[in-house]
Design a protein around this ligand. Structure first.
Ligand SMILES: Cc1cc2nc3c(=O)[nH]c(=O)nc-3n(C[C@H](O)[C@H](O)[C@H](O)COP(=O)(O)OP(=O)(O)OC[C@H]3O[C@@H](n4cnc5c(N)ncnc54)[C@H](O)[C@@H]3O)c2cc1C
Ligand code: SF4
Ligand code: SF4
Length: 415
């Protein structure tokens, strides 16, 4: 069994906050580290029972694919993309032009969250938004109205502890959906296995394809570039208001600055993604009901467009939601696509999924702890690689692990 410090030092923590919710705020505190990551610190000893629960659900220790019982017979399981229901594999967007414009891409996740509230199927949507008092940072939010879901639209690329106070959501006893990153949705599914309330109340897990969560430093560097100090920021939007839309900073003094998507994310080596993301066996949401991603051929936008997502459902619940959202007019489908189109839209996901097994071998060889990975086909995928590719990935991981680049310093707080 791993301690909280072991998980963090092993580079396995993504800062979801679930351990804090399980142990209680009096035992675990989330801190912002000097590296710009939200990390848990145990301020009181944890009982064996609490630590065992955390080890069973933490997305740093356990990573699992879809529950086979949730997958309908007409799903096809692709070696890269996992279970996908072909009839739902489409280019789509939110029908409401405001949602489409303000959403990260086509606003599909926001439209689905709003649809679920309007239909009464869920009463709460748990997701994240910019922190009102510090908009460079992100905070978990529980939306009870379609307007609130819209307020939290678009991507928050930096740290975002969506489950920091999951306990209070469960305590309300009301049906809910989670919109979050793939690792978060996986953790939520495991939580449903150990917590009866989560099992009964969680109705949907909706996710995005995820290139990795960046360190807060990435966002603070944007401020530096414009000579803005964080306390003066009144708005920090990574994208949206267009597809992709600019990264926009506004200050309380009325100044505003914009960076293009290309400037912000054009160079993959400058993404500053967290260590856990570099070995992520599921950045494509295999435990989710519906996945919504960007759909730029080659993986990068050539300019602005009206807003489109590549969308697919994986589960019975997901296909039913997708179909009802289309029929009710919440979503507009532009055209059907094939699964190889997803490779074209997400080349970095394909590269990572193929490399992960060898990277984990390398970490193991360097004496690091690795997460338990199940139902994600990473060994099968590695078997389709050239032996030399696997060796290169493994050797790279051994080298990075020995240089300390796959682990993290112990979590200490800064401001
Ligand atoms: C860290 C990160 C990495 C990404 N990498 C890729 C990628 O590699 N490929 C790709 O196609 N797309 C990626 N995206 C997703 C992309 O930016 C769009 O969010 C996605 O296409 C969904 O678009 P949408 O218009 O349906 O979303 P919207 O309708 O704008 O809805 C987004 C929803 O996601 C929630 N959310 C946003 N950020 C977070 C977060 N950090 N944690 C939890 N919930 C969050 C919001 O609360 C909102 O409900 C990434 C997003 C994030 C946050
Ligand atoms: S990944 Fe989440 S549950 Fe695991 S240690 Fe980090 S904050 Fe806690
Ligand atoms: S790459 Fe994986 S671990 Fe990192 S934020 Fe995305 S889903 Fe989570």
């Amino acid at each position: 069994m791993l301690s909280i410090d072991d998980i963090v030092a092993g580079g396995l923590c993504i800062g979801c906050g679930l351990c804090k919710s399980i142990a209680g705020a009096e035992r675990i505190r989330m801190v912002m580290t000097p590296e710009g990551r939200e990390r848990p610190v145990a301020v009181e000893p944890l009982s064996r029972e609490v630590l065992a629960t955390i080890n069973a659900v933490c997305p740093g220790t356990q990573i699992e694919g879809a529950d086979p019982k949730a997958i309908p017979d007409d799903a096809e399981t692709d070696l890269i993309w996992g279970p996908v229901i072909p009839s739902t594999l489409t280019i789509a967007h939110a029908s409401d032009p405001v949602v489409r414009h303000r959403g990260a891409a086509g606003g599909v996740l926001t439209a689905l969250g709003q649809y679920l509230l309007r239909s009464g199927e869920v009463e709460l949507v748990l997701h994240v938004k910019a922190r009102p008092d510090a908009p460079v940072r992100s905070v978990a939010t529980v939306s009870e109205t379609p307007e609130a879901v819209l307020d939290a639209a678009t991507s928050r690329y930096g740290p975002a502890a969506v489950f920091e106070d999951l306990e209070s959501v469960l305590a309300r006893g009301r049906p809910f959906a989670v919109i979050a990153k793939p690792c978060d949705i996986g953790a939520m599914r495991r939580m449903a296995e150990v917590d009866k309330r989560a099992r009964e109340l969680l109705r949907y897990g909706l996710t995005l394809a995820c290139g990795g969560a960046s360190d807060l430093i990435k966002s603070l560097d944007v401020l530096k570039r414009f000579h803005v100090v964080e306390k003066d920021v009144s708005l920090f939007r990574y994208r949206g208001y267009g597809n992709p839309g600019p990264t926009r900073v506004e200050t309380t003094g009325g100044r505003s600055f914009e960076l293009s998507y290309e400037d912000m994310w054009g160079n993959e080596s400058g993404w500053r993604i967290q260590p856990r993301c570099k070995i992520c066996p599921d950045a494509i949401g295999e435990a989710a009901d519906v996945v919504s991603s960007d759909c730029w051929p080659g993986g990068a936008p050539e300019g602005e467009d009206d807003g489109f997502n590549a969308v697919f459902a994986r589960t019975r619940a997901g296909v039913s939601l997708f179909e009802r959202a289309v029929t009710s007019g919440a979503l507009t489908v532009v055209r059907s696509i094939g699964i190889r189109d997803m490779d074209l839209f997400q080349p970095h996901q394909v590269r990572k999924k193929r490399a992960v097994w060898a990277r984990l071998q390398g970490m193991r060889e360097a004496g690091m702890v690795v997460p338990a990975v199940e139902r994600l086909r990473i060994a099968d995928l590695a078997a389709t690689n050239e032996e030399s590719e696997n060796e290169r990935e493994k050797h790279g991981a051994v080298t990075r692990a020995r240089a300390g680049r796959l682990g993290e310093p112990p979590a200490v707080a800064v401001g």
